[in-house]
Design a binder for this molecule. Sequence first.
Ligand code: RIB
Ligand code: NA
Length: 310
Amino acid sequence: FNINVTVVGSCNTDLISYVPRLPKQGETIQGSRFSLGFGGKGANQCVMAARLGAKAAMVAKLGADSFGENFIKNFKDNGINTEFVTVTDKSTTGVAPICVEEGGQNSIVIVPGANLLLSEEDVYNAKSLIKSSKVVICQLEINPQTTLAALKLAKNFGVLTIFNPAPGLANLDREFYTYSDIICPNETEAEILTGLPVKSIVEAKMAAQMLLKQGCGKVIITLGEQGSVIATTDTSEVIHVPAQKVKVVDTTGAGDAFIGSLAFYLAEHPRLGLEESVRRATILAGISVQSPGTQTSMPWATDLDPQIFS
Ligand code: RIB
Ligand code: NA
């Protein structure tokens, strides 16, 4: 396989309503706009990496429905290998009804459907793909046991593993840390994992050090407009990487833009190193929050200043 970034993860059709605010219980309110989009953390991260130019593949499960068919076409349109994207008639393609409030904040319900049927066996079927990859990315929108199997398989082949523990899961099995080269939660997920408050940069640095002690080599906690912090076992210093101020339109998928970009740099430009890769991934996530939608807001290489690739 001529693939550098493989994502083992979720596909959801995003049903996005733009609303002035969230409805209260029993209340009906009117939204201003609706859009149907390709989403799911796994698919989003894969698409971001591919749009930047990574040779990317997806390992995922879709339902035998029109949402699923469109998903395969979308992967192909983004140049993504779909050999290990399989279809089941036992469930529906995942969906995510999303409300985006004025100001760009979002609330999401996920109905995983077929995502939960992606099995350990499906991961083993993709063994040679995983082995030939430079980076494997996983999240928590599929069965956690499947995620763990993918992390283990990749790590045992010496492939760099990036684990995005999203959505947050308390009491995560220690093995998730030991098989992750890089764990990358956002502030909320870091709070769930550590039980510590993660609002300020100082708090994030403490949480990052606590996560490092769980046994992974590197921790990146993303903090939205505050940027991110990086902790590694190489040094006791925790680095803060700031984000540039941008006009926020829609934050949906910003974390995925960050992780997909990070994987792209680590796989395709390894000489940049982690801190510079994080810096550039932050810029790319910042671009994605300035336009509506999830994948619709992710830039293509040709839209970008060539400096971001030099
Ligand atoms: O991270 C954003 C994604 O989370 C959305 O695309 C939605 O599908 C949910 O999975
Ligand atoms: Na966006």
